[in-house]
Write a protein that binds this ligand. Structure first.
Ligand SMILES: C[S@@+](CC[C@H](N)C(=O)[O-])C[C@H]1O[C@@H](n2cnc3c(N)ncnc32)[C@H](O)[C@@H]1O
Length: 237
């Protein structure tokens, strides 16, 4: 279920070679005016949280992630920021002391894919249906009524190979499955394979996602901004 151990040591160089645009992600987050304790689910190595903490040094921030080697990189990165607290947790068993006004995930546990004019669909790092229900149930307990959940939007995934900033070759391969798709991630240095990782993703149509999330009090809020990087849900009960 979404274990990033194999990729952890190479994650930053792959992601900061253009895979994600962290400054833009944080621009979008900041436009939601986070004021109280913010929660990132699936914070990985802390690249988003570092940028957020730099821009809003007084904002209390919590990050959780399942994969210990990802979180240990985040811990080093975020050590200079006393407002950030990190904890190794699976979303399906999330247990934190506080309720949050704003929670978000960008490429973390759940995200949406939008392919052109088609309806968004939800992608989950968690393959099992019941575990997804548990994940939203536990997340819901940590968001205040009236609070917001933002889930990041990505383009469709496809097979490709690219040279990253250190000269290594990153490639990915997507295979459709009965429940969604499997994604294989590879990193090669010349002929030598340095990393491979496989994640089995479950997908939900937009109607299924709204029903799944609605069962735990998350209601979709349509936004007009075509350049938005997140879909927004309000915790209504
Ligand atoms: C693609 S990374 C995204 C990291 C970070 N948000 C970023 O933008 O760089 C996905 C992260 O989600 C975490 N993850 C996957 N399933 C999870 C779960 N069930 N509970 C908590 N974290 C999970 C993985 O460990 C991984 O660090």
């Amino acid at each position: 279920m979404g274990d990033y151990t194999n990729m952890a040591g190479y994650y930053d160089v792959i992601m900061t070679s253009g895979y994600y645009d962290y400054a833009k992600i944080v621009d979008s987050l900041v436009s939601h005016h986070p004021e109280r304790n913010v929660l990132e689910i699936g914070c990985g190595t802390g690249l988003i949280l570092e940028e957020l903490a730099k821009r809003q040094p007084k904002l209390p921030i919590t990050g959780i992630d399942l994969t210990a080697p990802m979180l240990s990189i985040a811990q080093k990165r975020l050590a200079p920021f006393p407002t950030v607290s990190l904890s190794q947790q699976n979303i399906t068993e999330l247990a934190l002391d506080d309720k949050h006004e704003l929670a978000f995930s960008y490429g973390g546990v759940w995200y949406f894919v939008i392919d052109g004019d088609k309806e968004p669909f939800l992608v989950s790092h968690i393959a099992d249906q019941h575990a997804n229900e548990l994940g939203f149930e536990h997340l819901a307990k940590h968001i205040a009524v009236g609070g917001t959940l933002l889930l990041g939007i990505q383009g469709p995934h496809h097979n490709y190979e690219t040279t990253i900033s250190n000269g290594m070759k990153y490639s990915q391969q997507i295979d459709p499955t009965d429940i969604g798709f499997t994604k294989h991630y590879f990193l090669h240095d010349g002929e030598q394979k340095l990393m491979d990782q496989t994640v089995h993703y479950r997908t939900y149509t937009f109607a299924e996602a709204k029903a799944l999330m609605g069962a735990y009090g998350f209601e979709y809020v349509a936004e007009k901004d075509a350049n938005q990087l997140f879909l927004q849900f309000k915790k209504v009960k």
